[in-house]
Design a protein around this ligand. Structure first.
Ligand code: NAP
Length: 336
């Protein structure tokens, strides 16, 4: 089938191309779309050199599925129009809260995909929420989660291509004793940690923190209580989450390790020794969600702590989007 990627020159778009290629996804023709400034750029797909097309000039009736990875403003302006002609899988936050639009992490809630029929649009979840629910779904099935306290440690690639360059140039300027310029981040990001992602809300939380709560509830279970703190750190790729999870039922650590070891998308790396855990650098370019530091919370019953790490551009975005397309095809929901 024919496929389009809107935002093909960006961080997530390029990873979608890579995942489609690695999975040998069955494609007749791939159309790479971006803004007018990228029109004519060349990007390789398999053995072909494809030319980037200006979004304003593309006819979406040519494709069966259009991946959108160009931000909320483009999703708002274009997705409804495009969805009249094809199915849209959108990576932005724009549609995630819409009750008529399914918010999908295939390992967790692929049965919700049937709702694609409502508006021909599927939303891909937030890049920290995806690994969190992949790790928590099997535990929720076992012991019923009561409350989650999540602290995220998010890489700069989560903000896009240009913010990655800001970390690199600040690092260089730091060693050259030059003044550090901040354009995309509100404070110096090199050698620092910024407890602020997306804009602030009246209640003191940030929109990223609100997304974490809203999306975990929508995907996993609206009865779960959740609070989070989202922090940007000077790591290029992969988000990490320290999660404290309280269950309604009595839990068993050995059982948790065994279940997570065999759950789809999860990989347990948990040894009580130096280096017996996964760090963001090791998760980069991997498809799995890694779970380490599995331990009982000694301060209250039926509660554990986990350290969860995943490549935010892959499972946190591109890989999950492609897996949504695979599930759609498997369930024969891609035919309109
Ligand atoms: N990065 C992550 O970890 C992550 C994870 C999950 C979801 N997301 C979401 O995915 C989306 C893309 O993020 P990203 O990190 O890939 O951003 P990015 O690296 O900044 O790339 C943005 C893409 O959008 C395109 N674009 C911008 N304005 C456009 C326009 N007017 N018309 C057509 N195309 C336009 C850009 O094309 P040009 O190169 O031509 O400007 C580029 O291809 C965002 O909604 C983001 O929130 C990101």
């Amino acid at each position: 089938m024919n496929i389009a990627i809107v935002g093909a020159t960006g961080n997530v778009g390029r990873k979608i191309i890579e995942v489609l290629e690695n999975k040998n996804f069955s494609i007749s023709e791939l159309f790479l779309i971006a803004s007018s400034k990228s029109e004519g750029k060349k990007i390789n797909f398999k053995d072909e050199e494809l030319t980037v097309i200006d979004l304003e000039k593309f006819d979406f009736s040519k494709v069966k599925i259009a991946f959108f990875a160009a931000g909320s403003a483009i999703a708002e302006k274009w997705a409804y129009k495009v969805a009249e002609k094809t199915i849209v899988i959108d990576n932005s936050k724009f549609f995630r809260k819409d009750p008529d639009i399914p918010l999908i992490v295939p390992e967790v809630n692929s049965k919700e995909l049937i709702k694609v029929k409502n508006k021909n649009i599927i939303a891909n979840a937030n890049c920290s929420v995806i690994p969190l629910v992949v790790a928590l779904k099997p535990l929720h099935d076992l012991y019923n989660i009561k409350r989650i306290i999540a602290s995220t440690y998010q890489s700069v690639s989560g903000a896009g291509k240009a913010p990655m360059d800001e970390l690199l140039s600040q690092t260089q300027d730091f060693f050259n004793n030059k003044k550090l310029e901040s354009k995309y981040f509100t404070k110096q990001i090199a050698f620092n940690a910024i407890p602020h992602i997306d804009s602030f809300l009246e209640n003191g939380y940030t929109k990223e923190e609100q997304k974490t709560s809203d999306e975990v509830k929508k995907i996993l279970d609206k009865k779960i209580k959740i609070t989070s703190t989202c922090v940007r750190i000077p790591v290029l790729v992969s988000h990490s989450i320290s999660a404290n999870i309280e269950f309604n039922k009595k839990c068993n650590l050995e059982e948790i390790k065994n279940v997570l070891s065999t759950s789809p998308g999860c990989k347990v790396v948990d040894e009580k020794k130096d280096g017996g855990y996964i760090t963001p650098v090791e998760a980069e370019n991997k498809y799995e969600t890694f779970i380490s530091r599995i331990r009982q919370d000694d301060s209250q019953p039926n509660t554990i702590n986990l350290w969860i790490v995943s490549d935010n551009l892959l499972k946190g975005a591109a890989l999950n989007a492609v897996e949504i397309a695979e599930s759609l095809i498997e369930k024969n929901l891609h035919e309109r």
